[in-house]
Design a protein around this ligand. Structure first.
Ligand SMILES: *[C@@H]1O[C@H](CO)[C@@H](O)[C@H](O)[C@H]1NC(C)=O
Length: 479
C-alpha cells in the first residue's frame, strides 16, 4: 500500500514538473530572480540591517581625543509582521500562489522555472501568535551591532559594568525589550548582571507620539500624497506589469501586490542567506517604485512632511543635548553609554528634528523621477535595527587649547548633519544647533487646545496692527 502511494505521489510530482517545463518552452521569461546576482534589497522599513550597515571595522581613532560617552538610539531588529499583515498573508497568498502556478501551466505568465518551483514549495511559516515578535535574525542584528560598537569604542564601552555607567531604556514591547537584552549580551560577557529596567507604559522620551492626541488624530488616515501615488498612473502601470508577469488576465488589486511585496521583503529579512520566491514578482524598477511609496508614506507619517513629526523629535534631541552639555561643562555625572531601544517613528522624528536626511524638495506623488537620488530613504536610515548614535569626545592636541567634538553615526557610518564633516562636528556647532531645540521643546500642543490660546494671546497684537494700518491709510491719503 505505502509503496504504491509513494510511487503515485512521485509520478504526480514528475507530471507537475513536466507540465512546468512544457510551459517554460512556450514562455518568454523576462527575468529570473533566483539567478539574479545583484538583487535589489532595499525594502524601506523592512530592510535587513545586514544589507545596509556600514561595514568598516576597527577602533575609531581621532588623534588626541578621548570619547566620554556613546549615546545610542536603536530601532528593534527584524520582527514578524503585525496581526493584520499576517492575516492578509494567510488569506491571500496560498490562493495567489496556486493561481500563478495554474496560469503558467496554461502558458500565461513569464516567471522562470526556478522561481516557479520555489513558489510551489513556499509555505506560510508565520502564524498570528508570532505577531510583532523579534525574529532570531533580529536578535542577531542587535547582538552583533553591540559587539562591533564595543570594539570600535573600547575606551567607553569596555569598562566593567555598573548600572550607573551604562543606561538602558526600551519601550513597552517584546521586540524592543528583547533588542535591549541582545544588545547588552553583545556588550558584556555576563549580560545577566545588566540592569534593563522594565518599560514605562507611557514613555515621553521614546514614544511621545503615542501620548500626543493631535498627532494620533492625524495618524488615523493615509497621507493624501501616498494615496495619489498608489492610485496614480505610475503605480497602475506597475500593477499591470506585475499582474501580466504572474499570468493574470486582469489586473490584481493594489492590496494583493502590496501583500506579495510584504511577504517578499519580510522573508528576505528573516534569513538573509535565502531568497523569497515572492520577490520574483517584481523587477528592480518596480521594487524602487514600491520603496518610494513607502518613503513617501513615512515622510508624512513620521518625517519632514508634517511639522508635528519634527516637533515630536525634540525630547530625544534635548536628552542628547543635555547629556553632552553636562559633559562639556563638567557638571554632574554622566554614563559612559546611553542605549535606547524604540521604533521607526522614534528614529524618523529624531532624524527630522536634527535636520538629517533632508532633501531640498518636498516628496510628492508626482516628483518620483526627480527624487531617485533622495536623502530621505528609509532603507538607509530606518531599516530593521537601524540606528542613530552620537559620541562625545574631549580633545587635547599638544600646544593647542582643549576642544570638544561630536561624532554622529547612522547605521554605523558617518551621519552628516549640516555643518559637519564625515560625521564630525565641533561641540560649539552642535550646541548652536541643539540648544534652541532643547529650550523650545514643549509638547503642550499635543492636547489640542493650543491653537485657541495662541489666537487669544495674539488679539492685542492684531488690534495694534489694524490701528497702525488705519493710520497708515490716513497718512497716505493726506499726502
Ligand atoms: C510597465 O511595462 C511597460 C512596458 O514594458 C514599461 O514601459 C513601463 O515603464 C512599466 N511600468 C513600470 C511601473 O515599471
Amino acid at each position: 500500500m505505502d509503496t504504491s502511494r509513494t510511487t503515485t505521489a512521485a509520478l504526480m510530482a514528475l507530471a507537475a514538473t513536466l507540465a512546468l517545463l512544457a510551459g517554460a518552452l512556450a514562455r518568454d521569461t523576462d527575468y529570473c530572480y533566483q539567478d539574479e546576482s545583484e538583487k535589489y534589497l532595499l525594502f524601506a522599513s523592512k530592510t535587513a540591517y545586514e544589507f545596509v550597515r556600514d561595514s568598516r571595522r576597527g577602533a575609531e581613532i581621532l588623534p588626541h581625543c578621548t570619547p566620554l560617552q556613546v549615546w545610542w538610539l536603536n530601532r528593534h531588529g527584524t520582527r514578524y509582521p503585525g496581526k493584520s499583515t499576517i492575516k492578509s498573508m494567510a488569506e491571500k497568498l496560498p490562493g495567489l500562489r496556486d493561481s500563478i502556478l495554474t496560469n503558467h501551466q496554461e502558458r500565461s505568465g513569464r516567471l522562470c522555472d526556478a522561481d516557479l518551483e520555489a513558489l510551489q514549495q513556499w509555505k506560510l511559516t508565520v502564524s498570528e501568535g508570532q505577531e510583532n515578535v523579534l525574529t532570531p535574525a533580529g536578535e542577531q542584528e542587535l547582538f552583533l551591532t553591540a559587539k562591533r560598537l564595543s570594539d570600535r569604542f573600547p575606551e567607553v564601552l569596555k569598562l566593567p559594568y555598573t548600572s550607573s555607567r551604562y543606561k538602558f531604556q526600551h519601550t513597552d514591547s517584546q521586540r524592543t525589550q528583547e533588542s535591549a537584552r541582545q544588545f547588552a549580551r553583545g556588550l558584556f560577557t555576563d549580560a545577566d548582571v545588566v540592569n534593563i529596567p522594565p518599560a514605562d507604559k507611557k514613555d515621553l522620551l521614546l514614544q511621545p507620539y503615542t501620548e500626543c492626541k493631535v498627532w494620533l488624530e492625524g495618524d488615523k488616515s493615509d497621507p493624501p500624497e501616498w494615496r495619489k501615488l498608489v492610485e496614480g498612473s505610475l503605480m497602475q502601470s506597475l500593477i499591470a506589469n506585475v499582474s501580466s508577469r504572474l499570468g493574470f488576465r486582469s489586473d490584481l488589486k493594489f492590496v494583493d501586490v502590496d501583500t506579495i511585496y510584504d511577504m517578499c521583503r519580510f522573508q528576505e529579512a528573516w534569513d538573509v542567506q535565502k531568497t523569497s520566491p515572492w520577490c520574483a514578482a517584481f523587477n528592480k524598477d518596480e521594487l524602487k517604485l514600491l520603496e518610494y511609496a513607502e518613503d513617501l508614506r513615512y515622510y508624512y507619517k513620521s518625517g519632514y512632511g508634517d511639522e508635528k513629526n519634527v516637533k515630536l523629535g525634540c525630547p530625544l534631541a534635548k536628552d542628547l543635548y543635555e547629556r553632552f552639555n553636562a559633559l562639556a561643562t563638567g557638571q554632574g555625572e554622566q554614563p559612559a553609554g546611553v542605549f535606547y531601544f524604540a521604533h521607526s517613528s522614534t528614529l524618523h522624528m529624531l532624524q527630522s528634528r536634527l535636520g538629517a536626511f533632508r532633501d531640498p524638495w518636498t516628496l510628492r506623488a508626482d516628483n518620483y523621477q526627480y527624487l531617485r537620488q533622495r536623502a530621505w530613504r528609509i532603507s538607509l536610515m530606518g531599516s530593521f535595527a537601524g540606528n542613530l548614535g552620537a559620541v562625545f569626545y574631549k580633545c587635547a592636541p599638544p600646544g593647542e587649547p582643549e576642544s570638544k567634538q561630536v561624532l554622529f553615526l547612522a547605521g554605523e557610518g558617518p551621519l552628516d548633519l549640516p555643518g559637519c564633516k564625515v560625521g564630525l562636528c565641533t561641540w560649539e556647532h552642535v550646541k548652536q544647533l541643539l540648544e534652541p531645540v532643547a529650550q523650545e521643546c514643549n509638547l503642550d500642543w499635543c492636547e489640542g487646545n493650543g491653537a485657541t490660546t495662541i489666537t487669544a494671546a495674539h488679539l492685542p497684537f492684531v488690534a495694534a496692527l489694524l490701528l497702525a494700518l488705519t493710520s497708515l491709510h490716513e497718512i497716505v491719503f493726506e499726502l
